[in-house]
Design a protein around this ligand. Structure first.
Ligand code: TTP
Ligand code: MG
Length: 346
């Protein structure tokens, strides 16, 4: 079984970006989060983790643990920018790259001719040199084990898990490290005294399937080093829009009604796909089939219907010259996958 699956995870991602942009933060305990005490930590740098501070902890609690704590506000667009920089570098190592969150991805390097360990080393080096961020990398023969490996000795960790290491290397792991065990099943396992992978080994496949269904079967296999999930690249969609022809009219009220309706449809479609965007384009076609478009790109990612409608009307007023129209289109581009932005509490 060859080790050709890599999992990459950026170290203390949001906090590391803040440290890059503000050198004064270096070597101080830092968390990124909302500024009020009632908000929650999105992440803590490794300095702050020494005090027991972690993601999802209320800021007031974090401050109680460390009085020198520096709280930096969240700048999501900046993190997306840095995330893209890192993924662009990683994409050069394999076309088969699957992003799973803003700071984490899998690479299938089976088609790459170089030695796997050399690839891992050069990924770590290149990302650090070009983006200033450090990553932890895991190398193994399936996705589950590659992820376990990248988490092994963070930050700047590098770990290889080979088939000979199974099962011993997994025995002490907490059950929450096993892909597929969420909050609910964690509770159910703990209730019956199952806390580690070693405990899980005591459960028969039949028991796991009876109590946890299909996931039970997958868990049974996963902890025995079997995980057949493929690395599947996420094909990025370029744009998403609503466009329709209608009976020619120059009645502004009717045209505005169309814009309202199309904005609503677009916003619904985006919501279903969990997408935001930064560029909106309006297109109009007059009765002579002449088309014109107008676009605007904003720094802020747009998600709400209200913003889409307001922006569409603004662009429409700029492009429309009182002629009779037969088509209007509204298109969102520069899309932002909101799944990539993990739960962030402001
Ligand atoms: P993680 O990779 O889970 O954490 P991390 O990169 O900060 O630290 P580690 O070195 O352990 O990998 O998440 C990536 C980013 O996602 C994190 O920097 C902030 C954000 N995030 C939230 O906004 N809320 C959360 O609850 C978590 C866990 C992460
Ligand atoms: Mg991370």
């Amino acid at each position: 079984m060859e080790n050709n699956i890599i999992h990459v995870d950026i170290d203390a991602f949001y906090a590391s970006v803040e440290e890059l942009d503000n050198k004064d933060l270096k070597n101080h305990p830092v968390v990124v989060g909302g500024l009020s005490d009632s908000s929650i930590v999105t992440t803590a740098n490794y300095e702050a983790r020494k005090y027991g501070i972690h993601s999802a902890m209320p800021i007031f609690m974090a401050k109680n643990l460390c009085s020198d704590l520096i709280v930096v506000p969240i700048r999501r667009n900046r993190y997306l920018e840095k995330s893209k920089e890192v993924f662009n570098i990683l994409s050069k190592y394999s076309e088969n790259i699957e992003k799973v969150s803003i700071d984490e991805c899998y690479l299938d390097i089976s088609k790459n001719k170089e030695d796997s360990v050399d690839i891992v080393k050069s990924i770590m080096k290149e990302v650090k040199e070009k983006t200033g961020l450090s990553v932890s990398v895991g190398l193994s023969y399936n996705k589950f084990l590659a992820k376990v490996a990248s988490d092994w000795n963070k930050p700047q960790g590098m770990k290889i898990i080979s088939i000979e290491d199974i099962p011993n290397i997994l025995l002490d792991l907490d059950i929450t490290k096993v892909h597929g065990i969420g909050r609910k099943s964690e509770k159910r396992f703990r209730n019956i005294g199952i806390n580690t992978v070693e405990d899980l080994y005591q459960l028969s496949e039949e028991f796991l399937v009876d109590n946890f269904g299909k996931m039970g079967h997958e868990l049974y296999e996963r902890i025995r080093g079997v995980d057949n999930r493929k690395v599947t690249p996420y094909r990025e969609r370029k744009s998403i829009g609503v466009e329709r022809t209608f009976k020619s009219t120059r009645d502004k009220e009717i045209l505005h009604n169309y814009i309202e309706r199309f904005s609503r449809e677009l916003s619904k479609d985006l919501k279903n796909k969990n997408l935001g965007f930064n560029t909106l384009t309006i297109k109009i076609k007059d009765s002579d089939f002449e088309s014109r478009t107008r676009s605007k790109t904003l720094k802020q990612t747009i998600i709400s219907y209200e913003d889409i409608y307001r922006l569409s009307l603004e662009l429409f007023s700029e492009v429309y010259k009182n002629e009779s129209l037969r088509l209007i289109g509204i298109t969102a581009s520069n899309l932002v996958d909101l799944n990539m932005i993990q739960l962030s509490f402001i």
